[in-house]
Write a protein that binds this ligand. Structure first.
Ligand code: URA
Length: 288
């Protein structure tokens, strides 16, 4: 099944509960979006068809085709506003831009281009199907990720998985049901401190190569460091959301980091709006 309306109808109780918990509307393709009462507010209300009492009393909701509004597209920046520090490129594995997946994974595993390699248990390369048409880019491994060698396996990762599930995708899925997840940094910063510009500069060629091989239809950039790295911008996320940016020619949607959303659940509704934008430009969701 490949139709977004079917996906909406097929949301199971758990998915609907999760969306309700997030305070979000159920996304539907723009061409047939239902008209929402102006006073509904942002919190998802049970649809009349879900509530037998209302189903009997209320007429079917009117559906009209609203004019399709293209998502705003950010002009390509003349040059990044983030200063790229001078780093010793000789410390990096050579030929990253020619590597295949196995070569790149091995290069990351053996990388000693910055001091982070001294404190790592495992490198965290990335996970998911390499034919997935969405890519999520996060910040850096935390303690759990460092121990397991996989991105987003802690509490933030569980929220990320639920967000992806709500749009019919998962790290186990393939193609249009999959997502490939990687971080800007492949090694854990000590005590979960912020990534430092020289660390990002040394590690970015790995991400560049991952994107070049994946050629996803869409990149979801989660959090400040992913956004700064991909867009070369120091603008706050709140100013960059809602606009389609580009990285290596791939559309980029900016959203909040799941760890931020755990601390600021009020912004989950904005994250859902970002996922709706991602679905608008990155393909309709499919039933899992
Ligand atoms: N936060 C991230 O940005 N990436 C991870 O892999 C885990 C937490």
């Amino acid at each position: 099944m490949s139709d977004g309306r079917s996906f909406v109808a097929d949301l199971d109780a758990r998915q609907r509960a999760m969306l309700a918990e997030m305070g979000v509307r159920v996304w539907a393709p723009k061409a047939v979006a239902p008209v929402e009462p102006a006073d509904l507010g942002e919190r998802a209300q049970p649809a009349a068809s879900e509530d037998p009492a209302h189903a009997a009393a209320r007429p079917e909701p009117v559906r009209v085709a609203p004019p399709v509004q293209p998502a705003p597209v950010a002009p390509a920046p003349a040059r990044p506003s983030v200063t790229v520090p001078a780093v010793d490129v000789a410390l990096r594995p050579q030929g990253i831009d020619q590597m295949d997946w196995d070569g790149l994974r091995a290069a990351v595993a053996g990388c000693q281009a910055c001091a982070l390699h001294r404190g790592r248990t495992n490198t965290v390369f990335g996970t998911g199907d390499v034919s997935a048409d969405w890519m999520v880019v996060g910040e850096a491994p935390g303690e759990n990720e460092d121990l397991q060698g996989e991105p987003f396996v802690g509490a933030a990762g569980q929220l990320l998985d639920r967000m992806l599930q709500a749009v019919g995708r998962s790290r186990q899925g393939q193609g249009a049901q999959g997502v490939y997840i990687a971080n800007v940094l492949k090694c854990r910063p000590p005590a979960n401190r912020n990534p430092q510009p020289p660390e990002i500069a040394q590690c970015e060629p790995f991400l560049v190569r991952q994107v070049a091989m994946l050629r996803p239809r869409l990149i979801l950039a989660m959090g400040r460091f992913a956004v700064q790295t991909l867009l070369g911008s120091t603008e706050p996320i709140g100013r960059l959301r809602g606009t389609v940016h580009h990285y290596q020619g791939v559309p980029v949607v900016v959203t909040y980091h799941p760890a931020y959303l755990l601390r600021n659940p009020i912004d989950k509704r904005k994250a859902w709006a970002d996922l709706c934008l991602a679905m608008d430009i990155g393909g309709t969701p499919l039933r899992r």
